[in-house]
Structure formats: structure tokens, C-alpha cells
Design a protein around this ligand. Sequence first.
Ligand code: IVH
Length: 665
Amino acid sequence: MDINQRMNELIEKINLYNESYYQNNESIISDQAFDQLLAELIQLELKNPLFARSDSPTQKVGGTITKEFKSVTHQFPMLSLGNTYSETDLRDFDERVKKGLEGESFEYVCELKFDGVALSFWYTNGVLQKGVTRGDGSRGDDITANVKTIKSLPIRVNSTLLPASYEIRGEGYMPITSFDRINAAKVAKGDQPLANPRNAASGTFKMQDSAEVARREMECFIYSYLGNENPFNSHSEALEHLRSVGFSVSQTYRVCASIDDVITYISDWAEKRNDLPLNTDGIVIKVNDFGQQERLGFTAKSPRWAISFKYPSEIARTKIVSIAYQVGRTGNVTPVANLSPVYLAGTVIKRASIHNANEMERLDLREGDTVFIEKGGEIIPKITGVDISARKQGEVFVFPTHCPSCATELIRQEGEANHYCPNDSGCPPQIKGKLEHFIARKALNIENLGTETVDVLFEKGIVSNVADLYDLSAEKFLGLDGFQAKSIQNILFSIEKSKGIPFRQVLFGLGIRHVGATIAEKLVLHYHSLDNLISATLDELIAIPEIGERIALSVLEYFSKPQNLEIIERLKSSGVQFSEEISEIVLETTALEGKSFVISGVFNHFDRDELKAKIIANGGKVVSSISAKLDYLVAGENMGPAKLEKANSLSIPIISEDEFLALLS
Ligand code: IVH
């Protein structure tokens, strides 16, 4: 037998033993004999690196050293979930879903919210190609060598249903047993113990030495299937199939017929979750049907078809040292309590947010008070109550009447909880905040200009508003410490590049109060150019769906200020984009009205996007999965057999490209 053959044989054998051990809980070989086979394979791979396969089970023991993780762009952005903390919030979510689905019946799937790190696994032809961290949601780090050490993650998948390429997502975690074992060893050696299993997991997955990662015995629970082709009708169907082909899907999920069932699930798991091998901090509720998920869609940050519920968190008790008032980019003034340091849910807390003056009044905080703090969804914990029994006679904290930064008198609009400083063009933290917002990725995406550089340019008086950025030149950096010619060139290059950023991002970047990325997009969709938007009236603005009076007034106020118009004029003459032709679909015909289509395969006249556009332009709807309600499956060449079989079993009409064109006339 030649070497390559022996290596393949070893791989098959080891995979078989692993499968029976991890999937069937059955040991069909002694540990010693298993280790021998593995050792033989490791030796052969070392001696014959050309024959070493990327799907080899030796990857599970690590050994790869990664100097620097490559950054990769996610094929589908990794979003986060909206949080809820009460039954009322959940019922509101349920109402939104019902409304979005126009009364149609639907199911939820409830899962535990695992407390680790989000990971994405890319498979091609059944082989794990990449493991990627969430990163900023658009780009993450390629940590393939490290994820391959997860014993329950299949490196090779055998499925007749899954397409050629797809993505699986899940939560990577450090089991509590590993955490305790590692910490016991650290303490024995006199080292600092790991703070909590979540931090430990994110640190471990970013280690350079995958052999060390393997020793830490990391794990992962799978919770999503994603792909351009989706052979499943529902999330639960996907989970079951993924489990059947070897992925680790927690047994704890449940399909729920109503929000009442969801609430029962939450209370069923409130205590039981503490018996699991990992920490959980809540549950995730997802609409089960993929077609319905697609119809509900996404906001800029998270899906409308899913939400998380957080169990009440741990509470700590400590003393207030002082209250500081922070001024944000839009002028909002937020009180923040400096606390005497206290340990809470794995971290030492020194500061807590009090949100606004209403909250200060509600708590009736006094100097020297002892308070209760809790970690909610936010990073900064909040003060939730005062321990009155420990109160001494301290002065009441009073919200300032003037800006702590620029001394301008603060404004509190009727009905609003926040005080804000109206001096938006002269108040330093606001100017800095606006500059930082403007250069952010979702705004003008000026990559090489970090927040620190912006702060320096502001402190030195070189830049005092966003238009000044476009007047920067190499000479203006003369005399500033720490700027090499190359980095100055990079900064100027990315400023130049930002002139191509679409108007919707520019509008978001202007930082108008209450105009987030989604609202900016809505406004651009409606008005197309800044000139149109500037001449909009209150009535026109509030006639746009999702634009309420609060947003409309803020837009009008922004454009009523001459200094804002002046900045916009300067940005315009620098070449920044202030118009964009994104349009609401104007129908060519209504021939396909009310009809739904699934597209599969390769076509002669159109590419898939063109075909999709054609369907929409004629009043039809494109969905991703085949259900009994589907009207047509448009089949091209090389269509997946699973889709075909499913459409046939549900008697869905399968039409060719030409038959589709005939429908239009
Ligand atoms: S589904 C669009 N399911 O929670 C997001 N996420 O804020 C879809 N997480 O970073 C995520 N357990 O890593 C989903 N059963 C579960 C989860 C889960 C934990 C994490 C996930 C993400 C965060 C969402």
C-alpha cells in the first residue's frame, strides 16, 4: 500500500471511531489503539506534507501556529438580536410578528441563548473550509485552525440534502468543566485566573497556537443554517437535519405554537439552565418558517423574526463616589455614577449609567448612597435601586442646568427624558463625537482615520467640523507627533475615497438627532437628493411610513441652522455625494401579482438577480424555500435534486425560463 493510500485509510478509520464516539456515544476501539492510529497519521502527515488533507482528523489536536489572523468578509452579515427583559416586551414582539405576517398562523422556535462567542463555519462540497469570528458583523477573523479543534464540529459532512456551499453558525464556548480545570491549574501556579467562561472562550479562539486551543477542549452549539440555496422549509427542519449529519445541536430547543408556550419555555428553563455544561443568559425566540422569516426581514441591526429574552441578571451592592455628566455626539447629557469598585457577574464594576434626569429623580440619589447595580443588555451596568436602610444624610444630587463642557444652558424638550446641550457647533465633546460618527464604517467609512487621530486634529485646532476633513493636506500634519508620511498618505487617500460613499451613508454620517442608518435610507428612498430633503415640509415628512413627528422635527431643525447648511455646501463642493438614485420599484406589469416564486439553477437569458428583479418588477414575490403555498418553481439547469423532489411532492408547478417569460405576456 502506498503512503497516500495508508493516510486515507487512517483518516477513514479515525473518522469512523470518532463518529461512533461523538454521535452514538459508543466506544468501539480502546483509547490506546485509537491514539496509536492518530499518532501514525500525525507522523505520516509531518513527513509527507503534500499528502496532508485539510479535513484530516489530526486537525482536532491542533498544532498550527497563526501569526496574524486574516480578516475575511462575511458572506451574510452577522447581526445581533434585539433584547427583551419582560413578558410585556415579548408580547409586543409577538404583536409585531403577527402584524408583519398579516394574521397568518406561525410557530416559534425557542432556544437557549448560549453565552460564548458567535462563530461562522463555511462548508464547500461537504468539507469545512473556514471558521470565522463575528468581528464587527461585516468582517471577522479567520480562525480555521482553532475551530477545527472543536471535537463535535464535523470537518466533513455527508448529506444528500445540503447544497455545494453553505454556512453554519453557532456559539463557540468553553465548557464550565474546562474553565474550572484551567483555573484550578492557573491558581496552583500562582497565575491570574480567567475571569469568566465567555471571556475565556473569546480569548481562546484568538490564540495563535491551535494545540493550546485543543487542550482547552472548546465546544460549539449550532443554531443557524445560511446559504444562497436553502433546502429547508423551517429552522427546526434545518436543526434536525444538521444534527442528523453530525452537528452538535442542543437538545434544549422547543417548537412553540404561541407566545404563551414561549413564556412557559422561559419559566421551564429559568432554573434548569444552571445544570447545563455552559452558561446561558437568556433564550432566543425565532419564527420557525423560513418563508415567513424572509417576509419579516431585517432592520439595520437585527432580524424582525427573532428576539432574545434575558433572564434577570445578578445584582451587586456598592457605594456611589460621585456623578459625572457626559455629553454625547448629539448633545445628550448622560449622568454616570462613579462607584466604589465591586465584583458583578465576572467583572469588576467601577461605573454605572443612570440614563437621564428622570431616572435620577426616580432613584432620588444622595451623596454617599449605597446602591444596587445590575448588568442588563448594555455593557455599562445600571443602577436599579438604593439601599435606603444604609442611607446617611447626604445632599441630593441635582442635575446640572448648564453643559459641564461648554457651560451653555441645557434644554429639555417637553415629553423627552434627556437634557441636551444645544451648542452643537461649539461644544467640544459634541464636535469630537460628530467627527467620530462621520468617519465610522457605516457612515463615510474613512478607514485610515481613527478616532484618536480625529481627536488630535480637533485638539490642535486643525479640524473643527466634518467639512474641514476635506481641506486636510500633508502640510497640515507638519509638526504633529507620530505621523509618518505613509500614514498621512493613507489618511488622505481614504478621505478621497469617501467621496464615492452613497448619499444614504452621508446622510446618516451628518449625525442628525434620531436619524439612524435605517431612517436615513428611508429618507433617501423618498427624496433622492439633499436638495429635495431640505425643502420637505413637516406634513410631507410625517407622511412617510416610519417617520414620526420626533424624527421629522429633528430633520427640519437640522436644516434650519445656517451653520449646518454651510457645512453641507462645503462638503458638496468637495465632491461628497448628496444624491442617489435608489428607487421604490415601479412595476412593469402586474402580471405576477400575488404569485410567489422560488428560483433554482442556472438560466440562459438572465442571471439569478436579473430574474429576481423581473419577478418583482411584474408584481411577484421571490421566496427562498419551497412550501405548499408556493405558486411556481422556476427551474434552470443544474437545479438541486432536493428542491425538485420537494416541489414534486407538494405538486408545485415547475416552469422553465421560457414558460416564465410566457407568464409575463
Ligand atoms: S441566533 C441574527 N441563537 O446571541 C442573530 N444566537 O445577539 C441570529 N446566541 O452573537 C443569532 N445563542 O452569538 C442565536 N440560540 C442562539 C444563540 C445566539 C447565543 C448569540 C449569538 C449572537 C447573539 C445575538
